[in-house]
Design a protein around this ligand. Structure first.
Ligand SMILES: Cc1cc2nc3c(=O)[nH]c(=O)nc-3n(C[C@H](O)[C@H](O)[C@H](O)COP(=O)(O)O)c2cc1C
Length: 172
């Protein structure tokens, strides 16, 4: 399948089957994260690949809304970007998340990006602080988002490239 077709097929999935990811699937997806470019090749990212059910439930409790489905996902990858290493942590982590999304899609695993930076926890706390505490990482470890992963139970239809809204494109 060509890359554009794969991108059209990728949709955010928030309801997964119980089927676990194989170690090989998880490793391929993590390799994609490692292959992502980073500014000045500073590589500030640390990847926590989580399949432990209790930890998945704890991750989902770190954010007030929009990520509760992580507790029922077979896996999640939390990407920390060390701002002490790179002021581009936001871009570096987001590109790594995007690469992993596409590799996952290519092997039949669906994903959803869950926003963490600038989001609240359940009790008005900070979602990033909650995750840093959970994983015992330093304050300089920032988190743009988490990738929820699994086999889709419900998946929206692929995009039709013929119907893309091209009004936001300016060609000069
Ligand atoms: C930066 C970013 C943050 C997102 N945060 C969340 C989130 O916190 N919770 C969620 O359910 N979906 C989240 N999404 C998924 C978007 O809602 C989704 O990508 C968008 O509605 C388009 O749908 P599609 O991914 O199926 O094309 C996020 C996506 C991006 C790119």
């Amino acid at each position: 399948m060509d890359l554009l077709e794969l991108m059209a097929k990728r949709r955010s999935v928030r309801k997964f089957t119980d089927e676990p990811l194989s170690q090989e699937q998880l490793d391929r997806i993590l390799d994609a994260g490692l292959l992502a470019p980073t500014s000045m090749n500073r590589r500030p990212c640390t990847f926590y690949a989580v399949t432990d059910k209790d930890t998945l439930a704890e991750i989902s409790a770190c954010k007030k809304a929009g990520g509760t489905f992580i507790k029922d996902a077979p896996a999640a990858i939390v990407v920390f970007g060390d701002e002490a290493k790179a002021d581009t942590w936001m871009e570096d982590t987001s590109i790594a998340l995007s690469f992993m999304m596409l590799e996952a899609e290519s092997i039949g695993i669906s994903t959803c990006f869950v926003q963490i930076a600038f989001r609240k926890g359940q009790d008005g706390s900070d979602a990033e602080d909650n995750l840093r505490s959970l994983f015992h990482v330093p304050q300089s470890y920032r988190i743009s988002g988490i990738l929820a992963l699994g086999k889709a139970d419900q998946k929206p239809a692929p995009y039709d490239t013929a119907k893309l809204d091209r009004s936001c494109i300016v060609k000069i």
